[in-house]
Design a protein around this ligand. Structure first.
Ligand code: ZN
Ligand code: ZN
Length: 206
C-alpha cells in the first residue's frame, strides 16, 4: 500500500485533500499493520470503530476498505481523532491515535514551511508512525458477537411497532422495546405545540 494512491482514493469522494484525511490514511495503515495485515483483509475480518466522522474517516476508509455499508466501520462519536481496529477472527484490538503533540512535531518536521497547515500536509505524509501516532492494545466492552450480531435478526418494538434489526432491542418486563421507546433516543416527537419523547421509559413498566 503506498500512501499516494490511498490519498488519491480518499480525495475521490472529497474534492480536496486536507491534513485530517492524510491522518486518517496514516492511522488506517498503522492500525492494519499493528494487527499484522499488509492490506485490507477479506471477508469482513477487520472491524474498525472511529471516534469521529468527517474528512478523517474518509482517509481511514481509503486505507482500510471498511465502510458503514459493509458493517465493517462503526462511528462512536466522541469527537476524537482515533480509531480502534479489531481482528474479528482473533479478537485482538488496538486503538491508534495521534500523539498529543503531533501538531508541534509536524511543524518541527518541516522547518522550511512557515504555514502550519501546509507543514501538517507534508509532515503527515512522511513522518514515521512512531513520531506521530500512539498504538495501544485495548479490549472492547461488548463482546464482538453482540456488536456485529447476525444476519436476519429482527423483531418488532412492542410500543411503536417499528422493526429492529441486529439485536438492538431492549427486553424489559416481557416487552421487546426499541431504544427510542426505552427512553434512550436522540429525538422528540413534535405533537401540536410541544415535543414529546417517543415513550417515557416508565411506560414500559406497565
Ligand atoms: Zn477535509
Ligand atoms: Zn419503539
Amino acid at each position: 500500500m503506498d500512501i499516494q494512491s490511498l490519498l488519491e482514493r480518499s480525495m475521490q469522494d472529497h474534492d480536496h485533500l486536507c491534513p485530517r484525511q492524510i491522518l486518517g490514511v496514516r492511522i488506517g495503515m498503522a492500525g492494519m499493520k499493528a494487527l499484522g495485515f499488509s492490506e485490507p483483509p477479506q471477508n469482513k475480518r477487520l472491524l474498525i470503530i472511529s471516534e469521529t466522522d468527517g474528512c478523517f474517516v474518509d482517509g481511514v476508509i481509503a486505507a482500510t476498505g471498511c465502510t458503514v455499508g459493509h458493517r465493517t466501520l462503526r462511528v462512536e462519536d466522541y469527537g476524537k481523532v482515533a480509531v480502534t481496529f479489531v481482528d474479528t477472527k482473533t479478537g485482538q484490538a488496538v486503538r491508534v491515535a495521534p500523539r498529543l503533540d503531533i501538531r508541534e512535531r509536524a511543524v518541527a518536521f518541516v522547518p522550511e514551511e512557515p504555514r502550519h497547515y501546509f507543514a501538517q500536509m507534508q509532515a503527515y505524509q512522511t513522518m514515521p508512525d512512531e513520531e506521530m501516532l500512539t498504538t495501544q492494545d485495548v479490549r472492547l466492552h461488548m463482546p464482538m458477537e453482540q456488536i456485529i450480531s447476525r444476519p436476519g435478526m429482527r423483531v418488532n418494538c412492542d410500543i411503536c411497532g417499528e422493526e429492529i434489526m441486529n439485536e438492538r432491542e431492549v427486553n424489559r418486563n416481557g416487552l421487546t422495546i426499541c431504544r427510542s421507546c426505552f427512553g434512550d433516543g436522540y429525538y422528540y416527537f413534535h405533537i401540536g405545540m410541544s415535543f414529546k419523547h417517543p415513550a417515557p421509559a416508565n411506560q414500559c413498566a406497565g
